[in-house]
Design a protein around this ligand. Structure first.
Ligand code: PEP
Ligand code: MN
Length: 334
């Protein structure tokens, strides 16, 4: 760790910092660089950065690498792959997860699951516990919704992913292959800690107003609990733009590829909020280098209990997947 001191630091201020470090038993060397003092701290157990920054003499701390040590691109040589049942995310293929926003009935799930399978998608999604903005809107079918999703997964042979909202729900997710943390829970640290111990792959969605660094620090909570199976998902962020539900930040894909080894998915459904914008942004996500996408589908979007505006119908799902495959095939020949 390198502590960069201010040009203007007074001798007593510098002395106060050095006395404090010595009293803590921290060994350090001091150097001069372009007229200011640098303290090079050595050792395994260094003081908290915030404590050092509290000294009047200190300008900044550098040379410490990112705070997300395990998610950091340099934490390992290659890129991570995450296995979800029979599907693998991040192995160079392009994963398509699809399904309804919310599980509504056995019939709806049966129709959607067949369409998802026929379109060539490899993971089935469906929410049963929904984080709705208003408490007066449909909150999901709960445990019954999970059973319907799991049973359609078994019938079609597709692994399933569903959103979990609290650690207390974990026993209900025994047969769910991948646990989704929604945008609203990206910084629910107790949930993230529990998922660090759950032994299942986690799909971590970016919060509405979260920076990529914050997303990676949330991933770090899961990784540092011992669970390496984390997949990130860009799902749009809140901006001043009102023509789309969110602003799908596709530049997050190449940025995250530089910052982390974790696989990266894109959700163009929540990212745009409009069914007709989903196909172009799904194709763009593939072109941007994502490891896959997640799409919302409903047999009859106008009848959906949640997020109907952004849901593809079954024919549009097949058409979108076909177009995305055309992009991924083209990318292979570039
Ligand atoms: C969802 O995937 O159904 C969902 C609620 O997404 P987000 O958390 O990104 O809003
Ligand atoms: Mn939704």
């Amino acid at each position: 760790m390198i502590v960069v001191c201010k040009y203007t630091a007074a001798d007593e201020e510098l002395q106060a910092l050095q006395n404090w470090l010595s009293a803590k038993g921290v060994s350090f060397r001091s150097e001069e660089n372009a007229g200011r003092k640098l303290l090079l701290l050595e050792g395994e157990k260094l003081p908290e950065e915030d404590a050092i920054l509290a000294f009047a003499a200190v300008e900044e701390i550098s040379g410490n690498g990112p705070a997300y040590k395990l998610a950091d691109r340099n934490a390992k040589p290659g890129r991570s792959t995450v296995k979800v049942g029979s599907a693998t995310i991040g192995d160079g293929g392009f994963t398509v997860i699809a399904g309804p926003c919310t599980v509504e009935s056995a019939g709806q799930m049966e129709t959607v699951a067949a369409a998802v399978k026929n379109a060539g998608c490899t993971i089935l999604r469906g929410g049963a516990f929904k984080p709705r903005t208003s408490p007066y809107t449909f909150q999901g079918m709960g445990a019954e919704g999970i059973s319907l999703l799991v049973s359609e997964g078994k019938k079609t042979g597709l692994p399933v992913v569903a959103e979990i909202m609290s650690a207390a729900q974990l026993p209900l997710f025994d047969e769910v292959d991948m646990l989704q943390v929604g945008a609203r829970n990206m910084q629910n640290f107790d949930l993230l800690k529990a998922l660090g111990k759950c032994g299942k792959p986690v799909l971590l969605k970016r919060g509405h107003a979260a920076t990529l660094k914050e997303l990676l620090l949330s991933a770090e909570y899961i990784l540092s609990g011992g669970n390496e199976q984390v997949v990130l998902c860009e799902r749009g962020i809140r901006t001043f733009e009102g023509a789309t539900r969110n602003t799908l930040d596709l530049s997050a894909v190449p940025a995250l590829r530089e910052m982390t080894h974790l696989p990266i998915l894109v959700d163009p459904s929540h990212g745009t909020g409009h069914a007709s914008f989903v196909k172009p942004m799904a194709m763009a996500a593939a072109a941007a280098g994502a490891d896959g996408i997640m799409l919302e589908v409903h047999p009859s979007p106008v009848d959906a209990k949640c997020d109907g505006m952004q849901a593809l119908d079954c024919a549009a799902l097949a058409d979108t997947v076909r177009a995305v495959r055309a992009i991924t095939d083209t990318l292979k020949s570039l």
